[in-house]
Design a binder for this molecule. Structure first.
Ligand SMILES: Nc1ncnc2c1ncn2[C@@H]1O[C@H](COP(=O)(O)OP(=O)(O)O)[C@@H](O)[C@H]1O
Ligand SMILES: CC(=O)OP(=O)(O)O
Ligand SMILES: [Mg+2]
Length: 410
C-alpha cells in the first residue's frame, strides 16, 4: 500500500512516499519503505530550494515558490513525471496523510471530511501560518482526486498525556471549559518520532528525554516513557520559543498600548505578531537563523541580540524541562536548526557541567563527519551524565504509520 505524506511547515513543504506492507503499530518506525522524498525550503522567498530523491535519481533546483499550493502541485508533478517519477498516476496512492497542525477540539487522527475541515477553519486565527495552507491543499486535492482518502494527523495528539497542572492556563474556569483554551502543544509528529527513536538508541523505553525541535517553528518537549509530559508551545503555535517570524511567549497586556500608539486594529496587531515577530522582529533583517548568524558575525548588534534571545529562551525552557523530569538521560536536537546549527547546540549546552551535561566541542563541530546512515550522532563528553544527540526528525514516517492505522481501523 502506498501512502503519501504531506508536511506543510511554516517555511517549507516536505513530502515522502512510503510503501507500507503491514498494519502494525504506530511505533514501528522502521517499518515503512521510503520510495521518494522531496522538499521546498524558504517558501515565499525569491529563491526557494527544491530537492527531490526518487530511487537513485535526485535533483536540486532553485526557483521561486510563492506559496504551499505551488509546492504541492510541484510535488505531484515530480512523483508522476513519466521519466523519473515513482508512480504513473495518483490513483496508485492509497491515501495522503497530512501532518495537520491545529484541529482545536479535534485532536487525534481523522479521515478528512467537512467536519474536520470546519474544525480546522475554526482555528485559522490561532494558527494563521499553518491551518489556511493545509485547508487549501486538502480542498484542492479533494477536488482533484475525489476517491483518494485524505487523513489529518493533528500535531496536538502527542501532547494529550501532559498532566493538567502543566497544561491549564490561570484563566477564568469557564473559558477553559467552554472554549478549550489550554496548552495544546505542537510538533507532535516530530517529538513522537524523537521519543520512539531515542528509546531505540538508548535501549530503554522508560528514558527521560528532552526533545529540542528547532526549525522555522521551534518547540521543546519533555518525554518520559515515550510520552509527552511537558511542552513549550501553548494554545497556539505562536507561543513558547521565539519562532522564525512569530512572537513566542508575550504578555497580552502589552496589546492595548500597541493598539493605542500604532493605531492598528487588534487583527492587524496580531497579524504583525504572527508574521513580523520572532527572529525577524528582533533582528529587523531575517527570520532565517542562517542570515541572522551571518549578520551577527559581521557585527550587526540587533542580529546578535536576536540570536542571544533565541538561545536564552531555549535555555530557560530547558531548565524547566530538566526539573519536570528530575534530570534527563538524553537531550536531542532536531529540526532544520537543531540538526545543522553547531553554534546554537554548543551555546545551549554550555556551562551546564554542574547539571551533569558536558559537551564535547570537537564532537559537536565535527558531527557531520560521524553520523550513521540516518544522520544521527552524539556530541557529549565521556563524563556527561546526560547524553547529547542530533537525531534528524522523520515526521513523515509517524504520519504514514498514523495514516495506515486510521485506514485499517476506520
Ligand atoms: N545549515 C543550516 N544551519 C542553520 N540553520 C539551518 C540550516 N539549514 C536550515 N536551517 C534552519 O532551519 C529552518 C527550517 O527548519 P525546518 O524544521 O525545515 O522548518 P519548518 O518545518 O518549520 O518549515 C530554516 O528557517 C533555517 O533557519
Ligand atoms: C507548529 C508546526 O507544525 O510547525 P512547523 O511545521 O512550521 O515546523
Ligand atoms: Mg517543521
Amino acid at each position: 500500500m502506498l501512502v503519501l505524506v504531506a508536511n506543510l511547515g511554516s517555511t517549507s513543504f516536505k513530502y515522502r512516499l512510503f510503501e507500507m506492507t503491514d498494519d502494525g503499530a504506530i511505533d514501528d518506525i522502521q517499518n515503512a519503505r521510503c520510495l521518494a522524498k522531496g522538499a521546498v525550503e524558504r517558501i515565499g522567498d525569491a529563491q526557494s530550494k527544491c530537492t527531490v530523491e526518487i530511487g537513485d535519481w535526485s535533483n536540486e533546483l532553485t526557483m521561486s515558490v510563492p506559496d504551499h499550493g505551488v509546492a504541492v502541485q510541484a510535488c505531484l508533478d515530480q512523483l508522476t513525471d513519466p521519466e523519473n517519477g515513482a508512480i504513473e498516476d495518483a490513483s496508485q496512492v492509497a491515501a495522503i496523510g497530512f501532518k495537520a497542525v491545529h484541529g482545536g477540539r479535534l485532536s487525534g487522527v481523522f479521515v478528512v471530511d467537512d467536519q474536520v475541515l470546519d474544525a480546522m477553519a475554526e482555528m485559522n486565527a490561532a494558527a494563521p501560518a499553518h491551518n489556511p495552507p493545509y485547508i487549501a491543499a486538502m480542498k484542492t486535492l479533494q477536488a482533484r482526486f475525489p476517491d483518494l482518502p485524505l487523513v489529518a494527523a493533528f500535531e496536538t495528539d502527542f501532547h494529550q498525556t501532559i498532566p493538567a497542572a502543566r497544561k491549564e492556563y490561570a484563566i477564568p474556569r469557564q473559558w477553559a471549559d467552554e472554549f478549550h483554551i489550554r496548552k495544546w502543544g505542537f510538533h507532535g509528529a516530530s517529538h513522537r518520532y524523537i521519543a520512539f527513536r531515542s528509546a531505540e538508541i538508548l535501549g530503554r523505553q522508560d528514558a527521560r528525554v528532552i526533545s529540542c525541535h528547532l526549525g522555522g517553528s521551534s518547540s521543546i518537549t519533555a518525554i518520559e516513557n515515550r510520552q509527552s509530559v511537558q511542552t513549550t508551545m501553548g494554545m497556539t503555535p505562536q507561543t513558547g520559543l521565539p519562532q522564525n517570524n512569530r512572537v513566542g511567549d508575550f504578555d497580552p497586556f502589552a496589546l492595548p498600548l500597541i493598539l493605542q500608539r500604532t493605531g492598528l486594529s487588534l487583527d492587524e496587531a496580531l497579524q504583525e505578531l504572527a508574521s513580523k515577530g520572532g527572529l525577524l522582529g528582533l533582528s529587523n533583517r531575517s527570520g532565517d537563523i542562517r542570515d541572522v548568524e551571518q549578520a551577527a558575525s559581521e557585527g550587526d548588534s540587533q542580529s546578535q541580540l536576536a540570536l542571544d534571545v533565541f538561545i536564552e529562551e531555549i535555555r530557560r525552557h530547558l531548565g524547566g524541562m530538566l526539573v519536570a523530569l528530575g534530570g534527563a538521560d538524553a537531550i536531542v536536537f532536531t529540526g532544520g536548526i537543531g540538526e545543522n546549527d553547531t553554534l546554537v547546540r554548543g551555546r545551549v549546552c554550555a556551562g551546564l557541567e554542574q547539571l551533569g551535561i558536558v559537551v564535547d566541542p570537537a564532537a559537536n563541530e565535527g558531527l557531520r563527519d560521524r553520523t550513521n546512515d540516518l544522520g544521527e550522532a552524539s556530541f557529549h563528553a565521556g563524563d556527561s551524565k546526560t547524553q547529547l544527540w542530533v537525531i534528524p526528525t522523520n515526521e513523515e514516517v509517524i504520519v504514514a504509520r498514523q495514516t495506515l492505522h486510521a485506514l485499517k481501523h476506520s
